[in-house]
Design a protein around this ligand. Structure first.
Ligand code: MSP
Length: 651
């Protein structure tokens, strides 16, 4: 008989900067599910990858002076290394720059066009570059992106549109008839009430203002909108649209797409509508988890806490970090990350509860029975209760994991750990050991402890890839006694060899010392004195200068006479400007923001006494001023408010 299949995905990550511990959250959760289903005997496909096209990547790579591909190659390499470090067991890693994906996206786009579900028109509205999403005037909140709160840019382009509106009724029906489709339920209601019921507009699905994307085969000015490209990964990774679609036939529809809450909208409206248009079945579930944030802010601003997953894993081990991520916050809710909370979890749950249980049990089997438990054993009080709790853990964990309730599942498992620790206090093996006649009872007590640990070590496997191996080694648990199935039975443990004490599983951490040492690791952390000094010398974080410093600069109004692109450069424009009765040649890195013809005739502000410099072999005689908003990826040139002759001094 064919094995049952299980297909789980994470979002594909933007390789636009360093990943922080929050990014590891979805991937670790998906990995736990994949491991769990494999243990249950499923044929699993676990997909992750990178989302490499779009305006944001094009801009960031230009800022680094690299081509987009050079830039993403480097970052993707780091992401793959991070997943290795976190012991992520993905079966496939897709890059949207992979050739097979690009071809399949082109086929999908063409198929939708041929069907009439994609048509050509003109887009006018707002675009949030960091989110790569389009908004209408009414959707903006205080003029900002409603998803991330950042500035949006006015966009007007000839574009292709996807008939999203056509699928509105079918989508509402699907969501209403399939309550499991979006989880948690609160997110489902949000989608129905905030997006579907008010009415869907057709979606702009191509761009012409930049070129880092999948080209539209039948209209090469256009690249495919990055979300259409990205969402398709869930089927192209399985070979959809290629000659070999065996995996697609085997694994689609996905059992679950795990996504962060801010991208639920794309996965539960745009993606299902695309699938409907392609006549393909919809994924069984989209689960929108919450965010890990820092006290008072986003993860990206690290504020005194170390959030670099590489440092954290190297310091505390992969199992501790994975345990913390999945235990600390109920999956679905937002949660606060802090180094203090992490260390406190490691000390209480891992070092104290689990680590001590294993080391005490191994030590007692060694001390009282030279490492091998005798066959002659005697049952007694408390055994039945321990056994009942332990054999029920597997079922409870399965039930919770099937609902992606990682935190509650771990809390159930840890109830069993605590119950086992309590059993030591109740039976007091060190008292039993005082009298020879108690040896059969002592043997039974230690056997029950070992058997409980065996069960626990099996059930924690989805969450912790390293610790179970260490436990099996120390307690000499043979392979046939570690199967997932066997965690539901009692009395399985049979030693082939003596137990062996090993290294402490989770060393206790001195909280105070550790927090200090983490603070020193964090370049963002300043002492109070440094902060005060900085404040005195600055306004809004900017260093103060004197009026004499400012007077050193000669700023002038100039008029752009002509402008052209610098050959073989995506970033540079060459401008000829007039400053009174003098002409100047200026090279400026603004080509991604302005077309040459837009600048002719404009009045700009020039630093006219800047030493001339050669840029790409062309002399630049000064610098024109521009305002930049790095967060929004925006740049606008500084102009003068009113009519004034060029050459006028700006002061
Ligand atoms: N590229 C898109 C996804 C396309 S899927 C077809 C994207 N990428 S991302 O890199 O910005 O985010 C990837 C995932 O990381 C998202 O699910 C996001 O919610 C998650 N996280 C990013 N920061 C996070 C936290 N601080 N906490 C938890 N998860 C967060 O979106």
């Amino acid at each position: 008989m064919n094995k049952k299949t299980y297909y789980i995905t994470t979002p594909i990550y933007y390789p636009s900067g360093k990943l922080h511990i929050g990014h590891s959250y979805t991937t670790v959760a998906a990995d736990a599910m994949a491991r769990y289903k494999r243990l249950q005997g499923y044929d699993v496909m676990f997909l992750t990858g990178t989302d490499e096209h779009g305006q944001k990547i094009q801009r960031v790579s230009a800022e680094h002076g690299m081509t987009p591909k050079e830039y993403v190659d480097k970052i993707v390499d780091g992401i793959k290394k991070l997943w290795d470090l976190m012991k992520i067991s993905n079966d496939k890693f897709i890059r949207t720059t992979d050739d097979y994906h690009v071809k399949a996206v082109q086929k999908i786009f063409k198929a939708l066009y041929d069907k009439g579900d994609i048509y050509k028109s003109e887009y006018e509205g707002w675009y949030c570059t960091p989110c790569e999403s389009f908004w209408t005037e009414t959707q903006l909140e205080d003029g900002k992106c409603p998803d991330c709160g950042r500035s949006v840019e006015k966009t007007r382009e000839e574009s292709y549109f996807f008939r999203l509106s056509k699928y509105q009724d079918r989508l509402i029906k699907h969501l209403e008839e399939n309550p499991e489709f979006i989880q948690p339920t609160s997110r489902r209601n949000e989608m129905i009430n905030n997006f579907l019921k008010p009415g869907l507009e057709d979606l702009c699905v191509s761009r012409t203002s930049f070129n880092w994307g999948v080209p539209v085969t039948f209209d090469d000015k256009h690249v495919v909108y990055v979300w259409i490209d990205a969402l398709s990964n869930y089927i192209t990774a399985l070979g959809y649209g290629s000659d070999d679609d065996e995996n697609f036939r085997k694994f689609w529809p996905a059992d679950v797409h795990l996504v962060g809450k801010e991208i639920v909208r794309f996965h539960t409206i745009i993606w299902p509508a695309m699938l409907m248009a392609l006549d393909l079945p919809l994924p069984k579930q989209v689960f929108g988890h919450g965010w890990l944030v820092l006290d008072g802010g986003k993860m990206s601003k690290s504020k005194g806490n170390v959030v670099d997953p590489v440092i954290l894993v190297e310091k505390y081990g992969v199992d501790a970090i994975r345990y913390f991520l999945l235990r600390e916050v109920p999956f679905g809710s937002d949660g606060v990350f802090s180094n203090e909370a992490l260390i406190s979890r490691i000390n209480s749950d891992l070092a104290n509860d689990l680590g001590n249980l294993v080391s005490r049990t191994v030590a007692m089997i060694n001390k009282y029975f030279e490492g091998v438990l005798p066959e002659e054993r005697q049952t007694g009080e408390f055994d039945e209760d321990l056994k009942n709790i332990l054999v029920s853990v597997k079922g409870k964990t399965e039930e919770l994991l099937d609902k992606l309730q990682f935190s509650t599942a771990l809390s159930e498992i840890w109830k069993a750990v605590s119950r086992t620790n309590k059993y030591i206090d109740e039976t007091m093996p060190w008292v039993l050991a005082k009298e020879e006649k108690n040896r059969p009872r002592l043997a039974e007590v230690l056997y029950n402890l070992a058997e409980s640990i065996r069960i626990i070590s099996i059930i924690i496997q989805p969450f912790m890839p390293e610790t179970p191996l260490k436990i099996w080694e120390q307690l000499s648990i043979p392979e046939d006694q570690r199967t997932w199935e066997s965690a539901g039975s009692w009395g399985v443990y049979r030693q082939n060899s003596p137990v062996k004490a090993g290294a402490v599983l989770f060393p206790r951490i001195d909280m105070e010392k550790e927090l200090k040492s983490l603070e020193n690791l964090n370049p963002d952390t300043e002492t109070e004195k440094e902060k005060q000094e900085k404040k005195e010398k600055s306004v809004a974080g900017v260093k103060l200068v004197t009026i004499d410093d400012f007077a050193k600069l000669d700023l002038r109004v100039v008029k752009v006479l002509s402008c052209e692109k610098v050959e073989k450069s995506n970033k540079l424009l060459k401008l000829i400007v007039r400053c009174g009765n003098e002409e100047r040649q200026i090279v400026s890195g603004i080509a991604e923001y302005y077309k040459p013809e837009e600048l002719v005739g404009k009045k700009l502000v020039l630093i006219s006494n800047l030493k001339p410099a050669k840029i790409r072999g062309i002399e630049s005689q000064g610098m024109i001023l521009a305002a930049t908003d790095d967060k929004a990826g925006k740049l606008v040139l500084v102009t003068v408010d009113g009519d004034i002759d060029d050459g006028a001094k700006v002061s």
